[in-house]
Design a protein around this ligand. Structure first.
Ligand SMILES: Cc1cc2nc3c(=O)[nH]c(=O)nc-3n(C[C@H](O)[C@H](O)[C@H](O)COP(=O)(O)O)c2cc1C
Length: 159
């Protein structure tokens, strides 16, 4: 059983911290989802209607992802982590999901937020996990909380 935690984190590393702690606890590999064009602080200033994040959100186009996971087929379990943006997963995360074949994989999503719940994140992400099984999505506050949830949800070994 080989597990990957693929995460996107932009604002202040909140999701990255959760992902790293859980990867250590679960013995999982870690991969950072990076947009081809990294987000600056100004890009993320959603109070500015013209900020990049708002323009992308309204355009609803793919946000190109840097690089590729070469050994993706090695993983039978993948956890996808991200901050909640506009009530669900950021576009760069759905763009990431679209570019892989998820056949035979068990998948779970986790998110951090500024206060919103997980909403319909799982339902909205599911169409992009082609061939895989996205079991559920959960809002988490720590690596320990994520680890406990994943151990309940998925048969992950500690090795
Ligand atoms: C463009 C943008 C949109 C956001 N939308 C929401 C939202 O709809 N609900 C919410 O609770 N937080 C929202 N947030 C806050 C982030 O979800 C929260 O700060 C998250 O923990 C940041 O994680 P990170 O440091 O890993 O990027 C938004 C942040 C950004 C930059």
């Amino acid at each position: 059983m080989k597990t990957l935690i693929a995460y996107f984190s932009a604002e202040n590393g909140t999701t990255a911290r959760v992902a790293k702690d859980a990867a250590e606890a679960l013995g999982a590999d870690l991969y950072e989802i990076t947009p081809k064009k990294p987000y600056s602080a100004a890009d993320l200033k959603y109070t500015n209607p013209l900020a990049r994040c708002n323009r992308e959100f309204f355009a609803k186009k793919d946000v190109p992802v840097e690089g590729k996971i070469e050994n993706f087929t090695d993983y039978d379990t993948v956890l996808i982590g991200f901050p909640i943006w506009y009530g669900c997963a950021p576009l760069v995360v759905s763009s990431f999901c679209k570019s892989y074949d998820w056949s035979g994989k068990k998948v779970a999503a986790f998110a951090t937020s500024g206060g919103s719940g997980i909403g319909k994140t799982a339902e909205k992400l599911r169409p992009f996990i082609s061939g895989g099984e996205l079991l559920d999505a959960k809002l988490v506050h720590s690596g320990a909380e994520l680890t406990a949830w994943v151990k309940e949800l998925l048969p992950i070994s500690d090795s």
